[in-house]
Design a protein around this ligand. Structure first.
Ligand code: ADP
Ligand code: ZN
Length: 810
């Protein structure tokens, strides 16, 4: 049936708003080129938004009576930006994770820059076809140099030439050029002034200002504005100008070289090493899977230092040789430069890096290199799972067990699982690599759904480090309750340093002291906006909430009872750094945690100083544990290894085991045998015992039994719903309504637990209730359907956050 009214067709547009639906618009004659995958500008209420067309229909959509269909306002590009396979992936993310389709699409699109028209058009000199119309000839004649679409329109005195340009691009007479590459750029960086530090401790500030000053005050270096915005969730705003005007912060423009490759120089071309028999066997399995052009999932379990990376690189070769592309994910942005440099040295310009810490311009450049097929190897963190690569032959997810693959805001997807879906869609091999695979992936392997590949030994027959558990109850009996570093650990550090070796000390808590406790009423100092104890920073002068970022002067009297007997309990990396410096004044100590690593490139810079032995001892949080190869590190000390076990989280044991195994893998990668000393108050816990024995299988079997008994993943899937309100009563009422909806809607064998207070019952001033669904795998689609039905209730939609396959419940 022909389209009616003023429109030639109708478009369903995914808009970047947090609603679980798309929106209908009419396609006017002048924009008849619009097709699925095009970016378009539309009116949305009073706003003008950029969205993506997900469907074109000939028939007018049925609208509620009284609504008027608006036209598309303009096309952003002259071609589809999202391919059909990308649109399918966006649909999957919206469906499986119950994410807003428009937010899923936006996460896949190149970053919007204010001036899309900076895309330049250039005449193709060698073209042999002729322009088809007089208008096209005029445009072509005006293109005496590369020009943007708007500049061209101005030259020709027309409102828009985009239709003609699009046709010219299609016929090969004109090419589009995405600007970028090379050149210096500036970035705005903020630093707190003395006035600002004083104001933070003494003045009553608005929360946003207090959060910014707190972050700057705990940071050792000036911090890029975009890092502050990201960390504090400020979006595009933030009272930076007001703070600068008051003299509380200084904002300067810093130059940085525009290169996604970080500061690590691309590594030298690697000589062809001979693979070990285990590497060869693993590689051959992956290669034959790639040759079949069908989906093949693998779990590659290789102890730390067993040469997994080399297997990835050779498998990538095999996929490229078939003319297919490669996607490699790492769990942290900081790990991309190393793998990127390795890939670069083998595959040259074919490699692209994609992650969220790149500047918008860089990200856009890399995005288009991938989209246009110039880059066939994509490496990056989470966000790279959404890269516009086509016809994948190989997908690698390194350290697949890491929780950081989970995106914690809408769209809340798990990049590992999205990567697996992509491999399935494209008929690719997917390799999930880890020394400590997740319970989920390893269960798939032992149950035969994934193939298991193993690299059981370290390269060069280097033994795994010797691991010793130190029982802190005994240490406290001998050395008193204030002890941080036990005598055996102090002595081991001393001996290693005297031998000219390097040491790492891991403590997964930043700050100076754990918290401030009142000895009169027994209460800890709480954040005013969150139900969370504040952590003390800066020599315990500043109390900081690690959830919302709010900071205040550490009080001298208890907020509750006004008692004067406040005591600081527990310790963090800042305090341990100070202690180590005083114990070993002649050695060079550095700290690696979020507070010292906010500057761009600071991570690589510190690691390369450590690698070149400018630093003897590195203290840090879990950032230390991952992926680095430092041959001179022979001792790793772990403090408070069991602290996570007291959190109400079904993954606490798994995470503790993984972290300890990873960090143990940092010791003894060189000639000398490594040693690991772990301090814990409950060393008898099985996660610590299996970590000491470096017994993954043992841990897996034990943990799987618990998960089975208690009905947790991988036995069932979880969906966690957080319902928020302005008061606890409101949150509870809404959550009760949600729960009764769900109980009616889900199949019988889906368990609906709650509502209950969330583990953190208040965050950033909002009160939180929690509902947990335990879903047998085959009921997943029906459970999602029930949740979707529940979200048709407007007030529930507005107050509920849905987290499918949560990595944490705390
Ligand atoms: P993993 O990723 O499993 O922890 P890596 O891939 O980092 O291990 O390998 C550890 C070290 O061994 C690296 O320095 C790597 O270059 C080296 N290596 C890997 N495979 C071989 C091999 N077949 N022969 C010699 N050295 C190798
Ligand atoms: Zn808070």
């Amino acid at each position: 049936m022909p389209a009616s009214g003023p429109f030639v067709a109708f478009a369903e547009v995914a808009l970047p708003v947090p609603l679980p639906r798309t929106f209908s618009y009419g396609v006017p004659e002048s924009l008849a080129r619009a097709g699925t995958g095009f970016r378009v500008r539309v009116r949305f209420g009073a706003r003008s938004l950029i969205g993506c067309i997900v469907e074109i229909q000939e028939e007018a959509p049925r609208l509620p009576p009284g609504t008027i269909l608006k036209p598309l306002s303009a096309l952003v590009d002259q071609e589809a930006v999202l391919s059909p396979s990308q649109l399918a992936l966006a649909r999957f993310i919206a469906d499986y994770y119950l994410a807003a389709p428009g937010l899923a699409c936006r996460a896949m699109l190149p970053p919007e820059t204010l001036h899309e028209e900076r895309v330049l058009y250039r005449r193709v000199k060698t073209a042999d076809s002729q322009p088809e119309s007089a208008a096209a000839s005029r445009v072509l004649d005006a293109l005496t140099r590369p020009m943007s679409a708007s500049a061209l329109a101005r030259v020709l005195g027309r409102k828009s030439v985009s239709g003609t340009l699009g046709a010219l691009v299609e016929s090969g007479l004109v090419e589009r050029k995405h600007p970028g590459g090379g050149g210096a750029r500036t970035m705005r960086v903020a630093r707190i002034t003395e006035e600002g530090s004083r104001a933070l401790l003494q003045e009553k500030l608005r929360p946003a200002s207090a959060r910014i000053l707190t972050l700057l005050s705990t940071s050792t270096d000036p911090v890029p504005i975009f890092t502050i915005r990201n960390e504090l969730d400020l979006g595009k705003t933030g009272p930076f100008r007001a703070l600068a005007k008051k003299g509380y912060v200084e904002i300067v423009a810093e130059e940085f070289r525009r290169s996604p490759w970080g500061r690590l120089a691309p590594s030298r071309a690697v000589e062809d090493v001979a693979l070990t028999p285990a590497q060869r066997e693993a590689l051959e399995s992956i290669e034959s899977a790639i040759a079949t052009r069908a989906f093949h999932p693998f779990v590659l379990r290789g102890v730390t230092g067993s040469g997994k990376t080399e297997v990835y690189l050779r498998a990538a070769d095999a996929a490229l040789a078939q003319g297919r592309s490669v996607l490699m994910l790492v769990p942290e942005i900081a790990l991309t430069p190393r793998l990127g440099a390795l890939l670069r040295s083998r595959f040259g310009e074919k490699v692209a890096i994609l992650h969220s810490a790149l500047g918008a311009g860089e990200r856009r450049d890399e995005w288009w290199r991938i989209r246009q097929g110039e880059a066939k190897v994509v490496v990056g963190a989470r966000a790279a799972a959404l890269a516009p690569v086509e016809s994948l032959g190989l997908v690698v997810v390194d350290e697949e067990h890491e929780g950081s693959y989970k995106q914690e805001e809408n769209p809340r997807y798990n990049a590992r699982d999205v990567a697996i879906v992509r491999a399935r869609n494209d008929g690719a091999a997917v390799v999930l690599g880890s020394a400590t695979p997740s319970l989920e992936s390893y269960s798939h392997a032992v149950e035969g759904r994934y193939r298991l590949l193993a690299l059981p030994d370290r390269i060069g027959d280097r033994p795994l480090a010797r691991v010793t558990l130190l029982d802190m109850r005994e240490v406290v009996r001998e050395e008193g309750p204030e002890v941080v570093l036990s005598r055996p650990l102090r002595e081991a550090i001393k001996a290693r340093l005297e031998d000219g070796e390097q040491v790492m000390v891991l403590l997964n808590r930043r700050g100076y002291a754990g918290q401030s406790l009142c000895r009169r009423c027994g209460l800890t100092l709480q954040c005013s906006e969150c139900s969370v104890a504040m952590t003390l920073h800066k020599n315990a002068t500043l109390a900081v909430c690690h959830y919302c970022g709010l900071g205040r002067a550490t009080p001298e009297r208890c907020d509750t009872c006004e008692g004067e007997y406040l005591r600081h309990v527990g310790y963090g990396t800042e305090r341990v750094e100070e202690l180590l410096k005083s114990l070993f004044p002649e050695i060079r100590v550095a700290r690696m945690d979020r507070d010292t690593m906010r500057r761009r490139g600071s991570h690589e810079a510190l690691l390369s100083r450590f690698a070149s032995r400018e630093i003897d001892l590195l203290v840090g949080t879990q950032m230390l544990a991952k992926g680095h190869d430092f041959p001179a590190v022979t001792l790793v000390g772990v403090l408070a290894a069991d602290s996570a076990l007291s959190t109400p989280d079904f993954r606490a044991a798994e995470r503790t085991f993984q972290l300890l195994t990873q960090v143990a893998g940092r010791a003894g990668r060189g000639e000398r045998e490594g040693e690991v000393l772990i301090q814990a108050f409950a060393p008898e816990h099985y996660s610590l015992q299996f970590a000491r024995a470096q017994d993954f299988e043992g841990f897996f079997e034990t943990e799987r039994k618990f998960r089975r008994a208690l009905h947790y993943p991988p036995v069932v899937s979880l969906v966690n719903l957080i319902v928020e309100g302005d008061s606890m009563a409101e949150a509870a009422t809404l959550a009760r309504r949600a729960a009764s909806w769900l109980r009616k809607g889900v199949p019988e064998n889906v368990k609906v637990l709650g509502p209950a207070f969330a583990a953190r019952s208040k965050i950033a001033g909002r009160y939180r209730s929690q509902i947990l669904l335990k879903v047998p795998r085959r009921e997943h689609a029906r459970a999602r359907q029930a949740i979707r039905a529940m979200l048709r209730d407007d007030s529930l939609l507005r107050s509920t956050t849905v987290d499918v396959d949560p990595v944490t419940l705390s």
